[in-house]
Design a protein. Sequence first.
Length: 448
Amino acid sequence: MGTDTVRTRAADEAAGRRREQRGWYFYDWACSVYSTSVLTVFLGPYLTSVAESAADGDGFVHPLGIPVRAGSFFAYTVSLSVIVAVLVMPLAGAAADRTGRKKPLLGAAAYVGAAATAGMYFLDGDRYLLGGALLVIANAAQSVAMMLYNSYLPQIAPPEERDAVSSRGWAFGYAAGALVLVVDLVLYTAHDSFGLTESAAVRICLASAGLWWGAFALIPLRRLRDRRAPEREAALPGLRQLAATVRGMRRHPLTLAFLLAYLVYNDGIQTVISQASVYGSEELGLGQSTLIVAVLLVQVLAVAGALLLGRLARRYGAKRTILGSLAAWTVTLAAGYFLPAGAPVWFFVLAAGIGLVLGGSQALSRSLFSHLVPPGKEAEYFSAYEISDRGMSWLGPLLFGLTYQLTGSYRDAIISLVAFFVIGFVLLARVPVARAIRDAGNPVPERI
């Protein structure tokens, strides 16, 4: 084969890879609006109000005859969706690796989630059961789809490109979340001008996230391609498949060591995301509009943060950059402890600090883990990663709640989360990532 032919083939492969990468970014662009507009901003308060309208005189609703306080219904429903996702993700991951047909599974999960989200338009009156069912379906479907989406990373990006590609994906997602949130806030705050009730405006915001998700999911589904895999043993039912995956991962203890570190510090990240608004409203006395603007600020700066940390990783390596981000998380929380009440400006400064490290720490964790996955096990291993990301983040909220219960101070509760970042830092620092990559059977990048 001539030199020109080799160069032409290499150029064609590089062009095809870049086309897939651009398509891959757009799934983050498609589904991140669900996380921002639906889960973070609108659905929790709205579904709680719907449940309260259906409650009895004592403030309880009775799904399947079980008494549930209306104010707890949203939290319990999110927990149920996590359980469903934990059962389905290992099964879907093993099936994707066994057949090599990730794209149909990704499409199915994406459009089930998008359809359930669009269906939230009909969540009015006292239809709290409909809202709960749609939330379980949408949240579980998003987890399954994200697991399959993440598992494409080692297939579409060579080792030296993964930090940058993963960071760009996160940046796309945060940019979409910020863009749609601006439109949602205009619609919500000026709903009277549009001839809409507040309830109708919220339902349009919820449903539009589903339409956005479904429309932009077409781009990755057109550009990503399946890789045929050798036949493997049949996938097992949910928990049995998860147990089999974990047993298989024991042959790669350093990969498990990284996953443990990630589980710990990501628990802290997810708890800060979910509890920062509680801290702002209850401890600092800030209004809802201030909190929403802070969420928007986090979204905008997370784009810059993801790209900035991606560049730092190219210079210093992903592991060192993640360790630096964990140190920054610790400093940010320590500063949050001293924030004065009734001072929105300082809360915005805290939100800016969170935004700058949020996207980068998550993006680089994803790309670093992709190096630790044995070839041919991408979806199966990323199912365990996604469970760590979404299904195991319960210790942080528990510590936050217990600390507040024992001390009566949200300041003590927020500073208690520093433990997750310190312990995660120590655990990650002890992982020899270059050896872990070699043990997984992958080439070691020049900087890692």
